[in-house]
Design a protein around this ligand. Structure first.
Ligand SMILES: [Zn+2]
Length: 203
């Protein structure tokens, strides 16, 4: 059994295991080229995904964000400055989440209720506040580790496939750091999942 979901049952780690549905998520964008490459792949494959965006990246790259919206993907809040919850005061953290929310609303005209804490690290009191505000805190069942420089693209793909179950929430990163492994893994993973009879949904 995975220990974290057991310790933190209020967070969402996994969706229903009854249905062969996979939830692809992309953290840390939007940025030019890498996010756009992901959008091209998703469009070609006719898949909707969830993008946990950094507010400051939305501010810097509004046209890329607009494209995510226009193509009907789901949006989640990933703070404005990608803060580490454990190292940040409650007030500063909450302020940063709201700053990201404002940036999202500016373009989307609608707030998001999805939040993913950067690094998966959030203090209980920060989480309490966000729950009170109506957020769902989304963690993951599979982290591809696409950002790890020591991981080869093939290891990234194989490590991900090994962990697949119905209802998996999978984390990729549309970032420069993850680009090499993500670009290799994403299309092959989609091909594998489709062959295995999975469909895709947003959170
Ligand atoms: Zn992140």
């Amino acid at each position: 059994m995975r220990i974290l979901p057991f310790l933190f049952p209020r967070y969402t780690w996994q969706k229903s295991k009854q249905d062969k549905v996979i939830y692809l998520t992309f953290d840390d964008g939007p940025i030019p080229e890498v996010t756009e490459w992901v959008l091209d792949v998703l469009q070609e494959q006719q898949i909707q995904a969830t993008f946990f965006c950094i507010g400051d990246n939305i501010r810097k790259h509004p046209t890329v964000f607009q494209r995510i919206l226009a193509e009907q993907h789901q949006i989640g809040n990933h703070t404005f400055h990608h803060l580490k919850g454990w190292k940040t005061s409650i007030e500063e953290y909450i302020f940063n989440v709201e700053q990201c929310q404002q940036e999202i609303v500016k373009h989307r005209k609608e707030a998001t209720t999805l939040f993913r804490p950067p690094y998966g690290k959030i203090k209980k009191k920060q989480a309490d506040y966000l729950f009170k505000k109506g957020y769902e805190i989304i963690m993951w069942s599979i982290i591809t580790k696409d950002y790890e420089a020591n991981l080869s693209p093939l290891q990234c793909l194989q490590g991900t496939i090994k962990q697949i179950t119905p209802g998996s929430i999978i984390v990729f990163h549309d970032s420069l750091k993850a680009e090499k492994n993500m670009k290799y893994t994403l299309p092959l993973l989609i091909e594998y999942l489709k062959k295995e009879g999975y469909s895709f949904a947003t959170l």
